[in-house]
Design a protein around this ligand. Sequence first.
Ligand code: AMP
Length: 214
Amino acid sequence: MKKTIILLGAPGAGKGTNAKRITAYYKLPHISTGDMFREALKNETPLGMLAKSYMDKGLLVPDDVTVSLVKERLAKDDCKDGFLLDGFPRNVYQAEELKKIGEELNLPINYVIDIDVPESVLVDRICGRRVCKTCGAPYHVTNLKPKVEGKCDLCGGELIQRKDDNEETLKSRLDEYHHQTEPLVKFYGSAVYKVDGTKDLDLLMEDIKHIIEG
Ligand code: AMP
């Protein structure tokens, strides 16, 4: 079966971190809508400017914009044998659109993995999260420190805090998650595999490999 994977989970559940590990292991394109919006913002494109106004408030970027971005990306040649979607779909409408895109491209979603983490842990993870400004590698002020303070272990880039990683914006992001994204667990029903996002990353990767390889 093609490795067409969706990662679900609240902000701070570890979607980005685990997505990087899974896509490196299986050599799949990592498609993160959040990263695509941040890249557009860095390049000051009209898409970036539009996305910023929603991201800064912890709100979802409008569906038409997000869906066409994903549609264009999935049509690229590197997705034909599989891909991992991180942060998309974020609501039932996006999931329905993704189903249509999958049918058009003959790339239906085969694995939906839901990373489960208690809410108390999410706040600490998000507020202490740092990311490399250059390569996007994730760190944490206490749980995942870099070897040299403020510098990325992988590329030496500067570590920064995402503008939306603060307690106030997190509240809206969690509201959006509960109201819009959580219903996807019901939408995908028995196709969803739940994994424990508080586990050690290597152990969690073993669980994920088990799901994908059967
Ligand atoms: P993330 O990096 O996945 O935490 O996303 C950061 C922000 O980007 C979110 O809070 C939204 O504002 C926006 N975003 C990312 N993915 C989507 C999506 N599928 N639909 C709408 N907005 C999104």
